[in-house]
Design a protein around this ligand. Structure first.
Ligand code: UDP
Length: 381
């Protein structure tokens, strides 16, 4: 059995890793988790490990803050000796953060095979740190798990050898299905914040292109504030980066219901009951679709173009009229489809109602096992 070292660090990675790590534990696979510390506080990290029952990290590097170079460099410096002493058979990384790149680069330099979950995504905006991390990680990885046909085609176009690419679908859909049910049972966030189902706007903003640009951030917050004043309650779990940026630029919305970052079950409940979602998050765009809620994406481009083509998502550059777009999108239902799977893998399972023979409880585990099998097959080659 191979020994796997998983490198994680940021909120969306905890969510993607949860079902996979559970499968490793069930199958008796030796997985050690390294938490880089990129997201570190209770609301952005701890709560996900508890709620999603992710095994406690074996190593916590405690690295956060500073610029991209400082953070990534510190991670490389800490990861290399750790990987040298642990000598895993595989290093597993998720998504597109600095932790993803640091994990992939450290392993690659030590000739340890790297598997990348959520490979092949592109926004074609090279200024985004996430885009830089994705491109570099994909070209370092030995096994690339893609969520969509588009991502697979993109990797082929970039010259990644065919045998490295595995179309498995989107692991976040597994999480959405499983935790969607749990959220219905366990979350009481609607009553906590006096929200009426189907009668509020959910908003999240955290991308550097919005938070580091005072004009864009002001335009988003003013647009949302306008909706909150005139039309509907707007609830916004505020990312720490966005809170700091608002303070820095003196942006003080008066009508938006600002709350701190919430745990995943509460977030899923907020998504499922929203009239419309406004976001610049990659994960939240997809979750809106998974839960059948229309979405406006506050960016100039998206990695999840399928959802725009299907009508579920509308791109809106924050320079334009946010209120009109939100009110119009509220009533839109996109076309049906299954863009996140092909019929024989995790993503395929994820994009269809699960087979009756698979109980909801064992479903994410089963999905994750498919993923694990693909890694093992590759290791045997
Ligand atoms: N999320 C959460 N609580 C929040 C905001 C987001 O649990 O207060 C979840 C959300 O449901 C999604 C993930 O975090 O699964 C998305 O993370 P984020 O927006 O930070 O990153 P991105 O997806 O853009 O990489």
């Amino acid at each position: 059995m191979p020994r796997i070292l998983t490198v994680l660090g940021a909120r969306p990675q905890f969510i993607k890793a949860a079902p996979v790590s559970r499968a490793f534990a069930e199958a008796g696979i030796d997985e050690a988790i390294v938490h880089t510390g990129q997201h570190f506080d209770e609301g952005m990290s701890e709560i996900f490990f508890e709620e999603l029952e992710i095994p406690k990290p074996s190593f916590n590097l405690g690295i956060h803050g500073g610029g991209h170079g400082l953070m990534t460099g510190a991670m490389l410096q800490a990861l290399e000796p750790l990987m040298e002493s642990e000598r895993p058979d595989w290093v597993l990384v998720y998504g597109d953060t600095n932790s993803t790149l640091a994990g992939a680069l450290s392993a690659s330099k030590l000739h340890i095979p790297v598997a990348h979950v959520e490979a092949g995504l592109r926004s074609f905006n090279r200024r985004m740190p996430e885009e830089q991390n994705r491109i570099l990680t994909d070209h370092l990885a030995d096994v690339l798990f893609t969520p969509t046909d588009t991502a697979t085609a993109r990797l082929r176009k970039e010259g990644i050898p065919e045998e490295r690419i595995h179309l498995v679908g989107d692991v976040m859909y597994d999480a959405a299905l499983y935790y969607g049910r749990l959220a219905d049972e366990r979350s009481n966030i609607l009553s906590r914040y006096s929200l009426a189902s189907g009668d509020y706007v959910l908003a999240t903003v955290h991308r550097a292109e919005n938070t580091d640009d005072p004009e864009r951030l002001r335009s988003i917050m003013e647009g949302l504030d306008e909706v909150a004043r005139q039309d509907k309650t707007v609830v916004m779990p505020l990312h720490p980066r966005t809170r700091a940026a608002c303070e820095r630029y003196g942006i003080q919305p008066r009508y938006i219901q600002l709350i701190g970052p919430v745990g995943y079950l509460d977030m899923v409940a907020l998504e499922r009951h929203a009239a419309v979602i406004a976001t610049d998050s990659g994960g939240v765009q997809k979750e809106a679709y998974f839960h059948g809620v229309p979405c406006v994406t506050l960016r100039d481009e998206t990695e999840w173009a399928e959802l725009v083509e299907m009508g579920w998502n509308r791109l809106l550059s924050p320079r334009f009229e946010l209120r009109d777009a939100l009110l119009a999108q509220m009533w839109i239902t996109g076309s049906q489809g299954a863009p996140y799977g092909d019929g024989s893998t995790v993503g395929q399972i994820a994009c269809h109602v699960p087979d009756d023979s698979i109980s909801p409880k064992s479903y994410p585990l089963w999905c994750a096992r498919q993923l694990l099998n693909t890694v093992l097959e590759e290791a045997r080659r």
